[in-house]
Design a protein. Sequence first.
Lengths: 193, 113, 1006
Amino acid sequence: MSEAASALSGAAYEGGLVRVADAGLQGMVTLRGDLEAEAIRAAVREASGCDMPGQRAITAEGDAAVAWMAPDEVLILGPHARAGDTCAALEAALQGQHHLAVNVSDARALFTVTGEDAAVREVLAKLAPVDLSPGAFGPGDFRRSRLAQVPGAFWMPQAGVMRVICFRSVAQYVFDLLCTSAAPGSRVGYFEA
Amino acid sequence: MLILHCPYCGVMADETELHGGGEAHLTRHGPGSSDEDFHDYLFAKENPRGVHFERWRHVQGCGKWFHAARDTATLEVFGTYPAQTTEPPKAIRKAITAKRPGWTWRGFSDPAK
Amino acid sequence: MSTRLATGGRLLDKGRQVSFTFNGKRMTGCAGDTLASALLANDQVMMGRSFKYHRPRGVVASGAEEPNALVGLGTGARFEPNQRATTTELFEGLSAASQNHWPSLDYDIGAVNQAFARFLPAGFYYKMFMFPRVFWKHVYEPFIRQSAGLGKAPDAETRDADTYEHFHAYTDVLVIGGGIAGLQAALAAGRSGARVLVMEQTPHWGGRAPVDGGEVDGKPAEAFIDAAVAELEAMDNVTLRLRCMGAGVYDHGYVLGYERLSDHAPGADGPRHRLWRVRAGQVITATGAIERPLSFAGNDVPGVMLASALRDYVVNWGVSAGDRTVVVTNNDDAYRTALVLLDAGLNVPLILDARAGGGGALADEARARGIRVETGKGIAKVKGRARVTGVAICAQAGEGAVLEEVPCDAVAMSGGWSPVVHLWSHCGGKLNWDDALAMFRPDAGRAPTGHDGAPFVAACGAANGEFGLNAILKDANTAGQTAARATGHKPGRKGAPKASDAGDEAPLEQVWLMPQGANIKLRMKAWLDYQNDVKVSDVQLAAREGYESVEHTKRYTTLGMATDQGKLSNINGLAVLSNVLGQPIPQAGTTTFRPPYTPISMGAIAGEARGALFQPIRRTTVHDWHEAQNAYMEPVGHWRRPYCFPKAGESHEDAVQREVRATRDSLGLLDASTLGKLIVKGPDAGRFMDMMYTNMMSNLAVGKCRYGLMCSENGFLMDDGVVARLSDDTWLCHTTTGGAERVHAHMEEFLQTEWWDWQIFVANVTEQYAQFGVVGPNSRKVLEKLGGVDLSKEALAFMQWTEGTLAGIESRIFRISFSGELSYEVAVPASMGRAFWNKLLEAGKEFGVTPYGTEALHIMRAEKGFIMIGDETDGTVIPQDLGLNWAISKKKEDYIGKRAQARSYMTNPERWKLVGLETVDGSVLPDGAYAVGEGVNANGQRVVQGRVTSTYHSPTLERGIAMGLVLHGPDRMGEVLDFPRLDGSIVQAKIVDHVWFDKDGEKQNV
């Protein structure tokens, strides 16, 4: 699908506190089911190579990751082209087990915010009512919240990198929010060690 | 602006992540119910000063509905618990008794009584 | 005259001159000046005029409590009225203008109000503007509007040139106030390892201590402050913010901080203000205290100032308010001002101590240094109009007989100190009256409580009613340690540093009026609230007229209702009221303290939410294409949808008519991506679908579609859409545009809170797909041209769906129609939305493909008689009103809304019912017009019997068509109703069947 386009086709912003970029196409599969059930856990491991994450956590392995969305929901991340197969594989593996697996890759936009760790945290803390201090949030954590006026979720694959998910229709709004929060001269200095 | 503990995802959620859903532990009345029961189900709501049970949804989070036991005057939160129950759990009722001895709300009260 | 002193000015960088203008006049100050100190340095004592009487007013205070020195600051896009000169840091090029005068500060016409002051008493507006009623619109209101309002509003056409932002901060302990109390509390809490955030509203740490003197650990207070700040800065767990005001304390430890980042450096990079949205485990208010004025005649003449302010100007900014200053006081603290003035080489001819017994050690020192001190004496009146020229002295115990006149050019007054209890009180902290110190102070036993029911605010230092250095530091140390402990940290045992105790102090004496028996003439010149021009006589009048509650008196007299919210006046006014009523002060109580502590900018409240970020706008995958075509967009929920696609020179109306005709004649395209799409899956999905929709959904065959209605538990129609059964246990529900989130929430609510034992999962996949309506007689041809899926009538009949690869793109194709035409909706992955749209346009060229907007959509659905949620429904309409009984299952025992629809009001035959309406003359009925009946109702209004819900010009029928709800409508076919227009003329319309176009569905079924 060479004509496939992500929400903002790779738009990027530099020159502020951090770099903000549309991360391009990302495979995403929503899986709902009993996360404690061995069949579900096994299917997730098989589909992603990742362990089932605990509450508000994200596990990663290679180009795949599994994020905890709710007590009965995970988001499985992987290459965009593979999302349909992942869905089908889950479907096949979970015959007879109540679940819902659905490809939501195109329903969302993904941004990458990179820069100095404290600055990256600040940019998000201007938008979300979440404690983003290093002691409260870091790599391995996954948080759903709001970004100003829209729902969003974010996690840190590593220090100095934040990945931000929102619905596709508000991609421009969220991109503009992140850029505004990263405007030159707007450092807060609250997360400085 | 309140913070409530979401029993599903474990965060102390800011009120701006939440959506209030009115009185908790309502019994749905459908076809066949009396006019009075149906009217009360839809419109007759508790409005106490003091202990109250409410429904909240962590709408900008895990999306789950939960219940909160709260004092409407002081805003003290006695506890939150999953919505999949028809009555407040014993532990919550005990917690309220510890703070507000002699409380009653609709048919509910101190579990020891 | 007021002038810059050769010495002093600890906050100044005297080497750096700063030039600015005041009312257009060029002046010079120093770096470190406030606008107020710089104006005083330029002998500009008069800084504005009062609100009601336009009396000349000078600066009274030196900080946030200032009521008089308000200016319009900046110009153009950066103009802002009502800025306090005392908290405005001077910067190069600052431009300020005084307020409430015309034509000029020195000569003002409004000042004639003073002559009529006795006719403008408390409650004047309520009494004067009552009758006659007709005068309101043309006389009273214009008069009040002309004279009302503090300062000038910015030009409506300008746009704020600055940016603003919010910041969410979480901390264990928040300390509000960076004086010695705040710093010591922060040290005590910070040493425990707790996260500590300290906010100080001014640009300097240390508060009053460096001015008031005293030693800590044997060193000057300033050295302690420097060491404390250095220690705090070195702690990783502590954040210090200057120019950041604790604006409000709210429930559950939520606090707003207002940080002014570039007010002192306009145009700098970054936001001008930042609103801190703090969640704190514990809040310590170390907000200090504010000195009270004394109430004597002429206490508002420029040059009369708070004793502490005079002291601040000398010590902090090296400015004297006058050469000869008379001090008048009821306590010892004002003697410090006399001594500071003496140290600066200025003259203090007299100290008037209202206390018969006089002062303590400080008074002795003043006498020893040769100052004349008169005890039991006060000021009868201040001489001078635009400037103090002297004071007339009287006995405090008397009625104001003048004993002597003393020339002077400044007066320093002190009526005692009031702790700043605002932030303590915002969230419910209670106060006690301390009669010895004449002040309300926080009652630690009745602190604001948080989510766990435990106290979360503690006041310390002067804010807690502690005034000695030692007592302040000890109190603050305890507050810091207690807060640390309350947030789960171990504070250690380190005590507060030792401070030098002040010498023997004589107790304050309560003086609420000077002299105590002042006659009415004097009382009418004794100001309580400078900003709103409220005098002692006004409060007394209010009390006599029966306004005995302090809250009523406040509103009647406007005492404390100005932008300073009565920081200087509330306690004095309260005391005057209590005296008239003959009741103790605590019985009268205080008015409510409400946030913010001082006014904060609207920009800070809005934060990033302005311009393009004011509201999220939802865009479809072809939004850019629509914009490139110059589509006229309309908001539908947060979405933007094309209303129509006008060609060059074409009106919107014409474009809509063209789009309808082109679609009906050949081929139209609709971006339907905004329709909601929800997947419902599980073993119990069928019974759940039957509960959610009024019609039967469980028996829908896989591969088929069905139109469904969704009601609320109240029975009212809330949404509609086409449901497709995807597999044995999976349904796909389409919702209205913008309805997806609401319907999804509705489903989740019942799943989670009512039928949690049912096995169902719902997912919102609205944005996973781009969905396009391919509509018109040539729609099948264009899709067949794209190729890949058999779309023949046999393969895909009306109300069926199929999946396949269309034009190489994975697609789901629904054969449904909202127009009455042969029509398909094609859903493709959103990432392929734009690509597929391009292919449709390309393939459709030969058919004259015409993208159409929402208005053409509406017209075509109305021609076909389909209802639209939000037009035919308004939250009070049930499906039965719309003749949709065919879509309400009678077999089902239950569905959401079924019980409600059986209520007597819902089954009433008098409910208005849906019909079609055709104007007799073919014109278009006005939208929302009412059909009138005979006679009037109980309120004397014309009886109505129906209303228009949708109305259009139909290009297909070439006439106006409308739908409406009409009393007994379906039984009155052919009857003609009268619909008055706004101008009173009548348009007549005939009741007809509301399906105009292809009633038998022959066109869509080909």
